[in-house]
Write a protein that binds this ligand. Sequence first.
Ligand SMILES: *[C@@H]1O[C@H](CO)[C@@H](O)[C@H](O)[C@H]1NC(C)=O
Ligand SMILES: *[C@@H]1O[C@H](CO)[C@@H](O)[C@H](O)[C@H]1NC(C)=O
Length: 418
Amino acid sequence: MEKGIWGFTILIVCSLASRTEGLGMDQNRQILGFQGNAGDALDDDPVGRLKVFVYELPSKYNVDLVKRDPRCLTHMFAAEIFMHRFLLSSPVRTLDSEEADWFYVPVYPTCDLTKDGLPLPFRSPRMMRSAIQLIASEWPHWNKTEGADHFFVVPHDFGACFHYQEETAVERGILPLLRRATLVQTFGQKNHVCLKEGSIVIPPYASPQRMHAHLLPPDIPRSIFIYFRGLLHDGMNDPEGCYYARGARASLWLNFKNNPIFDISTEHPSTYYEDMQRSIFCLCPLGWAPWSPRLVEAVVFGCIPVVIADDIVLPFADTIPWTDIAVFVAEKDIVRLDTILTSMPTEIILRKQRLLANPLIKLAVSFPQPSRPGDAFHQILNGLARKLPHGSSVYLQPGQKVLNWTAGSVEDTYPWEK
Ligand SMILES: *[C@@H]1O[C@H](CO)[C@@H](O)[C@H](O)[C@H]1NC(C)=O
Ligand SMILES: *[C@@H]1O[C@H](CO)[C@@H](O)[C@H](O)[C@H]1NC(C)=O
């Protein structure tokens, strides 16, 4: 399974006919939960609103993995590493576990790459289990809540379902030991077993240094109307073209490859980031997963994201005014994409571009090093702070057990060794 720069190695059920009906923009607005100026929370300051205890785990759960394979620092799942580094020196960190509101378990489940650099999550459940066993035996906090005041960063395709194929991910469900914890994850789709209530949906990681290195002057004319570069058909994993992107990308190619207002191709030019800055609309269709780093890149480069992924839950949707800055097109409406975009009134396009230029929005989807107030790290903390104070259901009676340590797949209970 090739996992190229564009791709997601996830299999999705071929059910093109049964997708939800198309949504108008107003319906999208309701579903995503925005009311007008929700963007005000973008510059909330989490400092003083929560205290986080960072467990000190043996380095085999985190830094050793990065030493062994530094490719983890640049792939789209790198938030698990940078969040750890950020928290170690964050003012919300407390060294006194007794006064903590939240407990953070620094494991890098996506940094266990194959020789070819593929972040396959097959061993992640064992690693998680091993780390949880360790903290539950050496500290008193896990047993008091069985993880309900703990959080984990699980950025892989389907989060803590830990599988790249959707069917299998759904069948597995969230790793049983993580079912009381708060999950900080990239995967976001409504009514999906791999996104539980209370999870925090974050942007995928796109290297801020790399994007910055390609910045053009802000007044560069946008001469490309619709831009897309990426996989249109995953011939290796989906030769018949029935599963990949639920057919959405194949349909894009089929319908618009010869349309002069569309600049779409599978070729990855060295001017990719410059081209986004010269474009008005950047297509962000689903791939193997509903999300891709394109969404972040489009926002950073001020290109209006055209989100084609039914039921997607976007990162920090309670804070970032996605409906104001992006365009949402239902998968079934791809055939009308040219009409939808050409008939959009100029003042709406200009308004979206103006809002996209807001540096607070760009910052909120970025993981800069060093961190800056308002960036994605701070938005994660804001999300955790908004969940406080913990309700009484978080705390168990002494001796009470809710989670079943042996539930789930048998392979997940095998020892994890490095
Ligand atoms: C937490 O509970 C487990 C049994 O579920 C036990 O083995 C462990 O020792 C307990 N941890 C502490 C710190 O008491
Ligand atoms: C825990 O899960 C295992 C495996 O699914 C099952 O056999 C066992 O009965 C469960 N234990 C409890 C207490 O539910």
